[in-house]
Design a protein around this ligand. Structure first.
Ligand code: NAD
Length: 361
C-alpha cells in the first residue's frame, strides 16, 4: 500500500481530531504538526504524540509530505492554504474558506494555478444522517424538493477573548456554512438569491452577530431557510453536538431540518437522534401524508451521524494516497462560501442579494 506523510497546521481542538484520524489511517505513515509559536508547537506535539515544528517551510519543502490538514484559526486559513497549494501539497482546509470573499477567491485561484488537490472541511456531507437525506432525495422519494428549513439553537460555548469571539469573520462562514451547504448539496441546484437578517446580539462579547435568519432561493424556484440562535440553552457544557445530547434535547437545543418535496418530506433531528420520511398522496378530499420510514441511532453513533470529521479525514488520506481527485470539489465549496458572504452582505445592507451579482474572481 502506498503510504503518505501528512502535516496538520494548527494543533488546537480540531487539529487534535485531524491528528487522531491520521493516526488511524492505514494510508498515513508519519504525522507532523505545526504551530507558529515554538513553545506551543512543542507542547501540543508532545500531548498529541507527533513530531512538531514552528517552521512552516520545513513542512512545505519536505517532498515526502503529500497532504496538509489546515485546522488553524480562521484568520490563518487563506495564507496557509495558498502556501500549501503552491508547494504542490494536497490540502484539506477547514471551513470557512477564508474570512472574506476575496480570501476565498484567492484560495480558489491558488488551487487552479497549482492544480493541487483541495477539499474544504464540509464533513456534514460524510454524516450518515445527511447522506441518508441525499440518498432519499436522489432516489425520488420526496419528489421534487421544494422547501427546506433548518432550526439551529444552541448554547454559547465559545469562550471570551478567543479568536472566535474576536473574529473579523462572522458566524455565517465559521459555523453556519455547514448548514447552508447541506440544502445546496441535497437540492443540487444553483442558488439565485439570498435575504438575511440578524437581531441585536445575545452574546455581548462577540464582535459579530450571534443570531441569523437566512432565506435563499434556488434556480428552479425551490427555497431554503436557516434560523440560528446562540445563547438560550442552560446546558452549556461544551460543544453542543457532543456527549450531552439527552440533557440538551430538553433544554432549548435544536438542530432540525424539515425538507419538503411535492411527494413527501424528510425530517432530521440531531437532538432526538432520528431521521423520518413522509409520503404525500392524493386523498379523496385533501392531500394525505403518512410517516413511512423512521431510523434512530444511539449515542455511540453520534459522530458518524453528526459531524463526521473522522470519516471525512480517513477518506481524504485514502484519496490522496491513491492519487484520486477530491470527492467534493473546492469549486462547489466556493459556491457555499459565496452564499455565506452574500448572506452577510444582505444582513449588513438590509437588501436581498442576487447571486449573479457576486463575481467569481
Ligand atoms: N468542521 C467543523 O465542524 C469544525 C469544528 C470545529 C472547528 N473547526 C475549524 O477548525 C479550525 C480550528 O478550530 P479549533 O476549534 O481547533 O480552534 P482552537 O482555538 O482550539 O485551535 C486553533 C489553533 O490554531 C492555532 N493557530 C493560530 N494561528 C495559526 C497559524 N497562523 N498557523 C498555525 N496555527 C495557528 C492556534 O494556536 C490554535 O492552536 C477553525 O478553522 C474552525 O472553524 C471546524
Amino acid at each position: 500500500m502506498n503510504k503518505i506523510n501528512v502535516a496538520v497546521l494548527g494543533l488546537g481542538q480540531m487539529g487534535a481530531t485531524h491528528v487522531e484520524a491520521a493516526k488511524e489511517s492505514p494510508f498515513v505513515d508519519r504525522i507532523i504538526g505545526y504551530e507558529p509559536d515554538p513553545g506551543r508547537a512543542a507542547l501540543r506535539g508532545k500531548e498529541l504524540g507527533i513530531g512538531n515544528t514552528s517552521n512552516l517551510d520545513e513542512i512545505l519543502e519536505d517532498k515526502s509530505i503529500k497532504l496538509i490538514y489546515i485546522a488553524a484559526a480562521n484568520e490563518a486559513h487563506m495564507e496557509l492554504a495558498v502556501r500549501s497549494l503552491k508547494s504542490g501539497k494536497a490540502v484539506l482546509c477547514e471551513k470557512p474558506m477564508g474570512i472574506t470573499l476575496d480570501e476565498a477567491r484567492t484560495i480558489i485561484k491558488a488551487e487552479k494555478e497549482s492544480g493541487s488537490f483541495l477539499q474544504i472541511g464540509f464533513e456534514a456531507r460524510y454524516s450518515m444522517l445527511y447522506m441518508k437525506v441525499k440518498e432519499w432525495i436522489d432516489s425520488g422519494l420526496i419528489g421534487r424538493p421544494l422547501n427546506s428549513h433548518c432550526l439551529y439553537y444552541c448554547s454559547e460555548f465559545h469562550k471570551k477573548n478567543t479568536w472566535r469571539s474576536k473574529s473579523k469573520g462572522s458566524l455565517i462562514g465559521e459555523k453556519l456554512s455547514h448548514y447552508l451547504d447541506l440544502p445546496r448539496w441535497w437540492f443540487g441546484k444553483k442558488v439565485t438569491e439570498v435575504f438575511a437578517m440578524s437581531a441585536p446580539n445575545f452574546v455581548n462579547y462577540f464582535n459579530h452577530p450571534d443570531n441569523h435568519q437566512i432565506t435563499y432561493r434556488f434556480e428552479d424556484g425551490a427555497m431554503s431557510n436557516l434560523n440560528f440562535v446562540m445563547g438560550i440553552a442552560e446546558s452549556d457544557l461544551g460543544d453542543p453536538l457532543k456527549d450531552i445530547l439527552e440533557k440538551q434535547s430538553d433544554d432549548g437545543h435544536v438542530l432540525r431540518y424539515m425538507i419538503y418535496g411535492d411527494k413527501g418530506a424528510i425530517e432530521t433531528d440531531v437532538f432526538r437522534r432520528r431521521i423520518r420520511r413522509w409520503v404525500f398522496s392524493d386523498g379523496p378530499e385533501k392531500l394525505e401524508s403518512k410517516i413511512v420510514e423512521e431510523m434512530k441511532y444511539d449515542k455511540s453513533q453520534d459522530l458518524l451521524y453528526g459531524h463526521n470529521v473522522h470519516g471525512q479525514n480517513l477518506r481524504i488520506a485514502e484519496l490522496v494516497a491513491k492519487n484520486m481527485k477530491p470527492e467534493n470539489p473546492a469549486s462547489d465549496a466556493f459556491e457555499t462560501m459565496k452564499l455565506c458572504f452574500a448572506a452577510e452582505k444582505s444582513s449588513d445592507t438590509g437588501k436581498p442579494i442576487l447571486m449573479n451579482e457576486i463575481a467569481d474572481n
